[in-house]
Design a protein around this ligand. Sequence first.
Ligand SMILES: *Cc1c(COP(=O)(O)O)cnc(C)c1O
Length: 421
Amino acid sequence: MYQNTLEFAKQKDEQDELKLFRNRFHHPVINGKPTVYFTGNSLGLQPVTAKEYIQVELEDWAQWGVEGHFHGRNPWFSYHELLTEKMANVVGCKPMETVVMGSLSTNVHLLMVSFYRPERKRTKIICEAKAFPSDQYILETQVKFHGLNPEQEIIEISPREGEELIHEEDILRAIKETGDELALVMIGGVNYYTGQLFDMKTIAASGHAVGAKVGFDLAHAAGNINLQLHDWDVDFAAWCTYKYLNSGPGGVSGIFIHERHATNKDLVRFGGWWGQDKETRFLMEKGFDPIPTAEGWQHSNAPIMLMAPLNASLDLFEEAGMEAIGKKRDDMTAYLEFIINDIKSEKVEFELITPTDKTKRGAQLSIAAKGQGKKLFDTLTERNVIADWREPNVIRIAPAPLYNSYEDCWNFGQILRESIQ
Ligand SMILES: *Cc1c(COP(=O)(O)O)cnc(C)c1O
């Protein structure tokens, strides 16, 4: 079905209905040469319009000063609302269930304040082994914050002996076995290391069956996976927007809080004035009365300069639509997988550890290069492949449907072949 030839790759690009989006991003040129940029899972490329969107806010600030909060072209008072519906379309939820705010790790802490409430024997957390380090530190320090012992309270689900991927049934069994001692399931929706996508709907149902809350870190899923957070009945989630959502370094984060919790004003939380009911926010009076939507978790007034480039990127997502993005993601990732498998080497043993089933992964492929992985990675880098190295031996690559091409995949294969020879 696929062919590892330039001609075939070009033909695929010709037929690609999203092909014109490639020109709407800046593509890095390093040492005077174009790159194969496969690191959209770490820092997405800059939308060409990002500069304009920021420029508008700089101009309004210059012209209006503080009055820009109400008189700017996009009044800052409600700027975050410009992003809400577009973000809801990306993660599959109702607009009232999501808001763009803060940063990812901080948001996970804040959401755990609401959703990790250890009580009597219900104190345990289930997570995946080898979670992203920040997530590990968050869980550890949250447990300590409640005066409990992380070693006793955190149950990590590992791949089985000699394997790289986690069996989902092992997560479900652990949930069942932990039963009424389980307070929270908190997992990365897509594992950052292997690219494994978890069945969030089944995990949420299984957690709820034993009375636990279920949340996901969607750093590697937002803008990558076709999420349906509302329908999957997830309790809460958070993600960053600088990976697949192209908002720029240190970009602002997004949160999801299921409607049934978002409307519950009594749900415990750490409050701030931006979460306060809009009618009374500026009365500066006592008594926290949260907005009965995800906005009720906001703290500070919006970081406009971080939201502007995100707004530029979300407009591209709106235009393309997650459905078309998902379709190209599956096909292009499968093509890249085909090319990698087509290249065999006697010198460097490498294998793909990402699931081969496209319903169990997004755009990312993780290549385990045994022996001289780092050397191979460095050679790729010298030849202008921008990929990502993770200890101990994984090269992560992710073709992004909006700006990568089938020709990029073919090029990568050529460079990989040269690099291992
Ligand atoms: C990228 C990533 C983070 C980064 O957190 P920040 O607070 O944005 O620095 C956290 N968790 C996961 C799973 C990630 O992939």
